[in-house]
Design a binder for this molecule. Structure first.
Ligand code: H2U
Ligand code: ZN
Length: 351
């Protein structure tokens, strides 16, 4: 019997962080006796007087939102990091080690409309979100105290998101946090060895194999990474080796907005539900160095496994050993590839 990625258990390597995922494709054949059901989605109003993100409303901290027409960003009223906290460190016996951390946390409203989500915004509207991200990355990063800017979105109750109003967050801080620090190191090793971007080299393999690509336009590719941990995990990678969102041409900005809209629509269509995920941009630190090793990309980590209500749990062996998956990244990509680009909520209007 010859080893086959689509049938036999194996471990896959993630070259961005050096970790492994256990893939058990044969287990997709086991019977499933759990529930498969659609989630109940209440229809939301365009404006909710009780929402702390809607235009004109008062927030928990007592401040009032302006009557914004496109996007709106403010400093988190319950920020995890502030610039005011005192510098200092704590050391005991060489094993207990802590250092103070400073930063700025921002909340980004994608739209004044309470009832919309990213896939339901127009490409023009998504471009405005991208422009806001560019502006925040630049201005926050200019501060000498800020060496890294993490732009992200937590979507859906399942992900602990506190409010359905379309929004994301930005945490900007003094230290590069674990995930991008590790990715930076691995990209750096590759760049030093070959003078080429790790993700550009990876992308050329994917474009050649065509097994895990879900969407592609002139400037971006959305694919299920070979080493994906979450069932429908996606990475959007820029075709051009750029270090950050600030290097986008106008054409790239539009192409990025389009692939974001298309991907999130496919996600919603998969289980005909507003698809929950945590997603975020990984790009170069803002410490003033070139960081030519960095290649812009956007990770999507969605928890759903086989319906709008059945999610993957990272438990048991996964907490103690390696993360594990049953459906292969190739199977997940094929499923996402076959889905329509028309949002399921608009299906009736299309026919
Ligand atoms: P989620 O993306 O997890 O839903 O978080 C929204 C953030 O909004 C959360 O970090 C902040 C919370 O601290 N927030 C305010 O800044 N002002 C408010 O009035 C309520 C919530
Ligand atoms: Zn990354």
């Amino acid at each position: 019997m010859e080893f086959n990625l689509s049938e036999h258990p194996h471990r896959r390597y993630n070259p961005l962080n050096g970790e492994y995922v256990l893939v058990s494709p044969h287990r997709t054949k086991r019977p499933w006796q759990g529930q498969v059901e659609k989630s109940e989605e209440a229809k939301r109003p365009e404006y909710d007087p009780d929402c702390y993100l809607c235009p004109g409303n008062e927030r928990a901290g007592g401040e009032r939102n302006p009557n914004y027409e496109n996007t709106f960003v403010f400093t988190n009223d319950f920020a995890a990091l502030t610039l005011e906290s005192p510098a200092g460190s704590y050391e005991v016996g060489g094993l207990l080690h802590a250092r103070s951390e400073v930063g700025i946390c921002r909340v980004v409203c994608f739209s004044p409309r309470h009832d919309l989500t990213l896939p339901e915004l127009t490409v023009d509207d998504i471009e405005k979100v991208i422009e806001l991200w560019q502006n925040e990355y630049r201005t926050l990063g200019e501060s000498p105290q800020i060496n890294y800017v993490q732009i992200f979105e937590n979507k859906g109750k399942m992900m602990g998101c506190s409010n359905p109003h379309p929004h994301g967050q930005i945490w900007a801080q003094n230290t590069v946090p674990n995930a991008p620090a590790t990715e930076g190191k691995y990209q750096g090793d590759h760049y030093q060895r070959f003078q080429r971007s790790l993700l550009a080299d990876y992308l050329s393999i994917e474009l050649e194999q065509q097994e895990r690509i879900v969407l592609e336009n002139d400037h971006f590719v959305a694919l299920v990474p070979f080493w994906a941990v979450w069932p429908y995990e996606i990475m959007i990678i820029s075709k051009r080796h750029i270090q950050s969102i600030l290097q986008f041409t106008d054409e790239e900005k539009t192409a990025y907005a389009k692939i974001l809209q298309q991907l999130t629509t496919r996600y919603d269509n998969l289980f005909e539900t507003s698809f929950p995920y945590s997603a975020g941009i990984h790009q170069a630190p803002t410490d003033g160095m070139d960081h030519l090793e960095w290649h812009f990309h956007h990770h999507f980590y969605p928890p759903l496994l086989r319906s709008a209500t059945v999610k993957k749990f990272m438990v048991g062996y996964e907490m103690l050993g390696d993360p594990q998956r049953d459906i292969t990244p190739e199977m997940a990509a094929e499923q996402l590839r076959k889905l329509p680009d028309v949002h399921y909520k608009n299906k009736a209007i299309e026919v």
